[in-house]
Write a protein that binds this ligand. Structure first.
Ligand SMILES: NCc1[nH]cc(CCC(=O)O)c1CC(=O)O
Length: 359
């Protein structure tokens, strides 16, 4: 529907308010998107700091319960109009759609995990029994599968805190596992001692991608609140190959009914008109892993909705193959309604933060 002229908010110099969490990684990511939005719209972008439950509560996220501890407050700020745009790490975003909101995915950064080890050591080169830090069950499972002798230590904290555990003057670990993307955005790839190939450590669905979320009404051409230049800029940020890859990866998680803290990895890429997807479900102790991969040919004359559907179907197919092999026997995948009160022994799949380290 074409908006009537009087319904279109006057752009010109009206600032765009971008809601962001306060961590270094969040503000860096938000800053990148803010600059792109300024270039695309010619309007100033103001950062609005929002603190989320995941930032305020300092205990283990296993005691927080619920999904989306890092995104709920940002979404509330969007819906009640305190900001117009919110930037999330896509892997922190629950797979359930949020009513009244929609998002695009700019071109993704390298989705792989990395090892940051003392003395430039690699996963193979770490000494027997070395201590490796991660708060992610997915990373723990796959590191243990590759090196059953390692002592995997549960850690939390922002990127600098975690790096210091392996590389700082008071290091108590031999290595930590982090996402390449976070380090790249913070300018800390100097800390990387090995990039872990996706067939050794399958990344979190959506890792390395950002979600730029807005109110659907602002960009959908509806009369009320339609912001024509914001809508155009949001469309320009969308990267088609990234969108298809992350749709397929997240569709695996959705079909498995797994939370993002479940030991599930998925990696998809578009290569020459083909969408390739592989996914892993692992036992957290590293003793067993299931892997499936499949592909979808993206017909050149398919429309955007049709392509999205093909990506989602591919994820469903791979997830169902994993379930046929007994994926739900390896790990408690199903996200039971999580509740802080039931924190004594939360199901592993219920928390919405792959690497619940607070970044
Ligand atoms: N929940 C933590 C989180 N969320 C997004 C990133 C990194 C950036 C990305 O994957 O896009 C990180 C840190 C990490 O996993 O090392």
């Amino acid at each position: 529907m074409t908006p009537t002229p009087e319904s279109v908010s006057t752009p010109g110099t009206t600032p765009i308010r971008l809601g962001t969490r306060a961590s270094a990684l969040a503000t860096t990511q938000s800053g990148l998107v803010a600059r792109r939005l300024e270039e695309l719209t010619g309007r100033p972008v103001e950062l609005v700091r929002i603190s989320t439950e995941g930032d305020v509560r300092t205990g283990s996220l296993a005691t927080l319960g619920g999904t989306g501890v890092f995104v709920t407050a940002l979404r509330e700020a969007l819906l009640d109009g305190r900001c117009d745009v919110a930037v999330h790490s896509l892997k922190d975003l629950p797979t359930a759609p949020a009513e009244g909101l929609t998002y695009v995915t700019p071109e993704r950064e390298d989705p792989r995990d990395v090892l940051c080890a003392r003395d430039g050591l690699t996963l193979e080169g770490l000494p027997f029994g070395a201590r490796v830090g991660t708060g992610s069950p997915r990373r723990a499972a796959q590191v243990r599968a590759a090196r059953p002798d390692l002592d995997v230590v549960d850690i939390r904290g922002n990127v600098d805190t975690r790096l210091a555990r392996a590389l700082g003057p008071e290091a108590d670990l031999d290595a930590v596992v982090l996402a390449f993307a976070g380090l790249a955005r913070l300018g800390r790839t100097d800390a990387v001692s090995e990039v872990l190939e996706t067939d050794v450590v399958s990344p979190a669905p959506g890792q390395g991608a950002l979600a730029v979320e807005v109110r659907t009404a602002d960009v959908a051409g509806e009369a009320a609140g339609y912001d024509v230049d914001l809508a155009r800029a949001i469309r320009a940020l969308d990267h088609r190959q990234t969108r298809l890859a992350v749709l397929a990866e997240r569709s695996v998680l959705a079909r498995l009914e797994a939370g993002c803290a479940a030991p599930v990895g998925a990696y998809a890429v578009v290569e020459g008109g083909v969408l390739l997807l592989s996914a892993v479900v692992a036992r957290v102790d590293g003793t067993e892993q299931l892997m499936h991969s499949s592909r979808a040919h993206l017909s050149p004359d398919a429309g955007p909705d049709e392509l999205d559907g093909m990506a989602r179907d591919l994820g469903v197919r791979v997830a169902e193959a994993l379930l046929l092999d007994g994926a739900d026997r390896l790990a408690p995948l199903t996200a039971a309604p999580a509740h802080a009160a039931s924190a004594a022994r939360p199901a592993i799949g219920t928390l919405w933060s792959d690497a619940p380290e607070g970044e």
